[in-house]
Ligand binder design. Structure first.
Ligand code: ATP
Ligand code: MG
Length: 608
């Protein structure tokens, strides 16, 4: 199990609300914008659209508009959770609306499975794009017609041209950081020539890759993104939304600012790698506003540092490699940092929202410790998860004087003694759980030592311990198999010591151990997960991340759990006392075959 964070759980309320109030540069920008009223004249016609459409609308009731724009080419991961919490969270805080936009302008990579997965995950995190009966779920591909029209406008005003240089020449002529670019020989074509050529591209009269449409900006700009970026390419590919209507597709850098503007986004929040794109973002929208195609004021782009977590990889491509190379059992393997994986591991939406807040939002990159992620989960489960006893590495404990002390039942069998415990130590309204102690109980193998090391307070011959919620017992010895391995432990019951009965604490013990009755215990498979990588930054510096895979990231044990867990439903979360937080596996758990996943260990106070 991984190292627990030192944050004491009882500080949760304070620390969680303190972080919730902490400001960040985006909150400051939004507050300044609201105060200055820069967006207060903005109109919204009820749906995305161009200047003609929006100007006929009423004043936008949303004070800000943000968006979460995933490309539906994979499952969302914990980095996306940061972006979701930020965009939806800021909209909530400031009386705004956040759009869920599928950035599906690339025809090859998208599919419906990913679209459905993303919808499900954003809902699960607790966010909704339905506001007052309007669904703000949009598809960038619905804007292809506008994007095409905008491209024709740029051509006709001399701001774009069709370039027929080879890809290689285009790369060389773009220059680099130390060398300005060189104009293409096609840069001086007239708008009429360019328009004719571009329409031929659209009409499938040219081969894929034979020419592109480029914006005419500045080949000598120190910012390489401004050196006549490509805005359309020829690609004969079926699109999941538009079918074979198009054989030319807009480039991301061209599509994205337009998508934001059509949706009247006020604050377009993205990760730092887009910082150098901002001048282009502004340039393009200025041209289209100047031409009357889009409404002013334009959206503004703001960049923040992406979320990095130690021992975790957040690149869709690398996560896909783990799945396809069978290093894990699928996108939702509980070791995966995908949101479907974390959910199956037992992560709650609250814990991920807490992490997003605690990781902070800034321009300075950095690493959030894996232990912070775990602490967030522990804190949200501490208050809500019912407790249960489970023995993960069981050996039998025989209470040899049980029948003598307790007497026999009418049928001559050993009696059972009913025990009960609160479902949660601080939440009496959660009720109580019941189980029985009898002549034989399961205990953890590690709770017995024939020859105790110094400071060991649990079972060893001659020592007394309490069976939690039960009686005090005195260990008398053990039985070993031919291989020398301990097979069972013997002890004697000390009469009148049952928890909760008068005088039960007359005998003081230093150790309390958990246990499960042999008669009413249930068998369960328990999957003990550990971090997937042994290196804190598995893929930094171009390193082969597969080399630091933790070979012990999954250990499966056959455990015995207390009878209250027979009612567990998939996704139910528990604290197994002394062990940590566990969740009934949402895929494999059933009444006939209970399966529990380790979500996160406890801060271990039982170590001695
Ligand atoms: P990946 O690199 O894993 O493929 P991506 O950025 O290409 O991720 P998109 O679907 O394009 O994935 O991302 C949707 C949104 O999520 C974008 O706005 C992106 O900036 C944001 N995002 C992705 N990864 C992170 C991260 N680690 N931290 C914060 N935001 C992120
Ligand atoms: Mg991307």
């Amino acid at each position: 199990m991984s190292t627990p964070s030192p944050t004491p759980a009882k500080n949760m309320a304070t620390s969680a609300s303190e972080t919730a109030k902490s400001s960040n540069f985006l909150r400051q920008i939004i507050e300044t914008d609201i105060a200055s009223g820069i967006n207060s004249g903005r109109k919204w016609a009820g749906s995305p659209g161009d200047a003609a459409h929006q100007s006929a609308g009423a004043l936008d009731p949303a004070r800000i508009r943000t968006r979460f724009p995933p490309e539906p080419n994979g499952y969302l991961h914990i980095g996306h959770a940061k972006s979701i919490c930020l965009n939806f969270g800021l909209a909530q805080e400031y009386g705004g609306v956040c759009h869920l936009r599928f950035d599906d302008t690339n025809p090859e990579k998208e599919n419906q499975e990913f679209v459905n997965g993303i919808i499900d995950t954003v809902h699960w995190l607790g966010f909704d794009w339905n506001v007052n009966g309007t669904s703000h779920l949009y598809h960038a591909s619905d804007y292809f017609d506008f994007m095409y029209r905008a491209a024709e406008y740029l051509i006709s005003t001399g701001h774009a041209y069709v370039d027929e240089q080879s890809a290689e020449d285009m790369r060389i002529n773009r220059g680099d950081f130390s060398r300005p670019g060189t104009d293409s020989a096609f840069r001086t074509r007239t708008p009429a020539e360019n328009l004719a050529r571009f329409r031929e591209m659209r009409d499938a009269r040219h081969l894929d890759g034979s020419m592109v449409l480029r914006a005419k900006v500045d080949m000598a700009s120190p910012n390489i993104n401004m050196r006549d970026p490509t805005i359309y390419r020829i690609r004969r590919a079926e699109h999941h939304n538009t079918g074979d209507k198009w054989c030319i597709y807009p480039m991301y850098a061209y599509a994205h600012p337009i998508e934001d503007a059509l949706e009247q986004i006020t604050h377009s929040i993205c990760t730092l790698e887009f910082e150098d794109q901002r001048p282009w973002y502004d340039w393009l929208l200025e041209r289209l506003i100047e031409g009357g195609l889009l409404m002013a004021p334009p959206p503004r782009q703001y960049e923040f540092a992406r979320l990095n977590i130690t021992y975790v990889i957040t690149s869709k491509r690398k996560l896909a490699a783990l799945v396809y190379d069978h290093k894990v059992q699928g996108w939702d393997d509980p070791r995966m940092p995908t949101l479907v994986g974390l959910r199956r591991r037992g992560y709650t939406p609250q814990s991920l929202r807490l992490l997003a807040e605690r990781a902070g939002t800034s321009k300075a990159g950095g690493w959030t410790e894996y232990s912070t992620l775990e602490a967030c989960l522990r804190e949200t489960l501490e208050e809500t998860a019912p407790r249960a006893m489970a023995v993960l590495d069981p050996i039998r404990l025989v209470i040899t004087n049980w029948d003598e002390v307790m007497g026999l039942s009418a049928t001559g069998d050993s009696k059972l003694d009913a025990c009960s415990a609160p479902a949660h130590p601080h939440q009496p309204e959660m009720g109580r759980r019941s189980f029985s102690i009898g002549r034989e109980v399961w205990i953890e193998r590690g709770d017995f030592e024939e020859t105790p090391p110094k400071g060991f307070f649990r079972l060893y011959p001659g020592n007394k311990v309490r069976l939690k919620y039960g009686h005090v017992i005195a260990c008398t010895g053990c039985t070993k198999g031919a291989d020398g391995r301990v097979e069972s432990v013997q002890a004697e019951l000390i009469p009148d010591t049952k928890s909760g009965t008068p005088g039960s604490d007359a005998i003081k013990v230093k150790g309390v151990i958990t246990w499960v009755g042999v008669v009413d215990g249930k068998r369960a498979e328990v999957r003990l997960y550990d971090r997937l990588f042994n290196e804190p930054q598995p893929d930094s510096g171009g390193r082969d991340f597969l080399a630091s895979l933790n070979p012990n990231s999954l250990r499966v044990v056959q455990a015995i759990v207390e009878p209250s867990l027979a009612q567990a439903r998939p996704d139910d979360k528990f604290q197994f006392e002394r062990h940590g937080y566990f969740v009934a596996d949402r895929v494999d758990h059933s009444d006939a075959r209970p399966v529990f996943n380790l979500s996160v260990g406890l801060k271990d106070t039982w170590g001695k």
